[in-house]
Design a binder for this molecule. Structure first.
Ligand code: NAP
Length: 491
């Protein structure tokens, strides 16, 4: 179930929001403690009368975020009144549960909050809270590390009572989506992100549309992007759309890993996670956490994909195949073997492309702003190199590939390649995809070159990941449409 937690200032607004929420969510939580004025008996009755969906009535003390400094006795009287009025659920803190009189129509959620940390042994916490007066146990703790979510899942797994379990804070996001897989009865989501009642809540529309929460069950396979930052990654939108279109019971979530990526990957073997996209800054370090690595990844020195094959995590790198595939598409089947390629840049992306070009038999020269880096990479790959300012009108290359970040938003006027280099018929690829039409690609178009944008590479690698994970053909058109929409690409 998805529960919309309502923190409205008046009874009237709370009623209105309740009807709106009931159109999209199964249940609402009425946070009485967030009203500007605590409701009297009449106000409470009017909130509960003719309600459009089940409600949880909550009335927190100030220490747990409530707005009103009310004696516990008064607070509990209000909750008792809600029980007498037949509220579907009443949420009360563990210490107070014995003070409420149960009635058949109302269930009691007994809750424990820890705003500082997520302690170990949550399975015991859930079970110890299973007071005779409680129907549901709720545990909400602060995530200070992404690993805290795994403690919560462990707790949910071992709970022998109906339960709600989640980690708060941005680092707790995955618990809100995946808790259901481990038995959580519901998750909370704000209808309006600005009215979130706890840090890290996923907006209702994203919970339904982006993460397909209602389809999550104990069999759901877990995938995600490991990086930092990842909050604005568009990968969840692309991959979840693909899983949905393929009818695969899987969910893809962001994993913001701040510390040691190997710890995280090892800990997630217990979920178990079925596959990862791996992005900055973990592409290199993640290699040591995997059980097998495709040989070319060792040369490139990075992985961007991992798949769980019968418990063994296998790493690969779709950056190079995606870029090479994009360039080959620009060559319209003429192939890279024997072609002269000017590769601009010597960072991580250039490295992946350089080894890919080598594997395809291209004759590559690496140009870079810092010539020493070009030289080091060229020596490893076994190709030519030169300083960036050696790139001039005399360039005789069939392909020019930019793998620098020059031209990327917000510095969209920048380019690492002077227009005089560009010749009709040359294939010009730019790894930058934000914007799609970089200054380099615009100049290349004007010069009569065949242009290939970083968007092609971006989509290729997402498509390859879906195929690696599912063994099925990815819904490329859909993934491309989602990518374009998320990037705001207008042609
Ligand atoms: P990186 O490791 O930081 O390397 C950056 C490279 O860009 C270095 O060679 C650097 O030269 C060069 N550079 C930066 N600013 C420059 C400028 N103003 N003029 C000339 N050279 C400049 O970055 P990366 O991870 O390889 O990423 C490079 C680009 O590829 C980024 O824009 C990224 O978004 C894009 N990318 C796209 C995809 C895709 O799917 N389309 C995938 C991955 C990456 P120095 O060595 O002199 O510093």
């Amino acid at each position: 179930m998805i529960c919309v937690s309502l923190a409205e200032p008046t009874v009237e607004l709370a009623k209105r929001s309740m009807f709106r929420a009931a159109e999209r969510a199964e249940i609402v939580e009425l946070r009485l403690d967030q009203l500007d004025h605590l409701p009297d008996a009449e106000g409470l009755a009017s909130l509960l009368k003719d309600r459009p969906c089940p409600v949880i009535v909550t009335n927190r003390p100030v220490s747990l975020g409530g707005k009103h400094d009310q004696p516990d006795e008064v607070r509990l009287n209000t909750l008792q009144a809600a029980i007498e009025l037949g509220a579907d659920y009443v949420d009360v803190e563990l210490e107070q549960v014995g003070k409420l009189q149960r009635r058949k129509a109302s269930k009691i959620i007994v809750s424990y909050h820890n705003f500082d940390s997520t302690p170990p042994g949550l399975g015991n916490v859930f079970n110890e809270m299973a007071h005779p007066g409680a129907d549901v146990v709720k545990v909400a703790t602060m995530a200070n590390s992404i690993l805290d979510n795994l403690k919560m899942f462990e707790g949910l797994r071992h709970a022998s009572v109906p339960c709600i379990g989640l980690c708060m804070g941005e680092l707790g996001l995955m618990s809100r989506i995946l808790g259901r897989k481990f038995g959580a009865m519901l998750t909370y989501a704000p209808m309006d992100p600005a009215k979130a009642t706890a840090p890290g809540q996923v907006p209702l529309e994203d919970m339904i549309g982006l993460y397909n929460y209602r389809a999550v069950n104990s069999e759901t396979q877990v995938y995600g992007v490991i990086g930092n930052p990842v909050a604005h990654s568009i990968s969840p939108a692309i991959h979840n759309a693909a899983f949905r279109a393929l009818g695969v019971n899987a969910v893809y979530v962001p994993f913001r890993v701040e510390g040691d990526v190997c710890n995280f990957i090892d800990a997630c073997r217990g979920i178990p996670a079925q596959g990862y996209s791996i992005t900055i800054p973990h592409k290199q370090a993640a290699m040591t956490a995997l059980d097998e690595i495709e040989p070319i990844c060792r040369k490139i020195g990075a992985v961007n994909t991992a798949v769980n094959r019968n418990g063994r995590l296998v790493g690969s790198n779709s950056d190079w195949t995606a870029a090479i595939g994009a360039i080959e598409a620009g060559l319209a089947g003429r192939g890279l073997a024997g072609k002269r390629v000017a590769l601009v840049g010597a960072g991580g992306t250039a490295r992946a492309i350089a080894f890919g070009l080598k594997a395809k038999g291209a004759v590559t020269c690496i140009y870079n702003r810092t010539p020493e880096r070009a030289r080091t990479l060229a020596e490893e790959v076994g190709c030519e190199w030169a300083a960036l300012d050696a790139l001039g009108p005399d360039l005789a290359a069939a392909v020019l590939a930019n793998a620098t970040s020059a031209g990327m938003y917000p510095d969209t006027d920048a380019t690492s390649v002077p227009p005089s280099v560009l010749k009709p018929g040359m294939v010009v690829f730019d790894a930058v995809y934000n914007p799609v039409w970089t200054r380099l690609l615009c100049s290349a178009e004007e010069a009569g070159c065949t242009t290939v944008s970083g968007l092609e590479m971006f989509i290729n690698q997402a498509v390859q990941q879906i195929t690696t994970w599912t063994g099925r053909e990815a819904p490329r058109e859909l993934m491309e449409a989602v990518t374009r929409e998320k990037l705001g690409v207008v042609e």
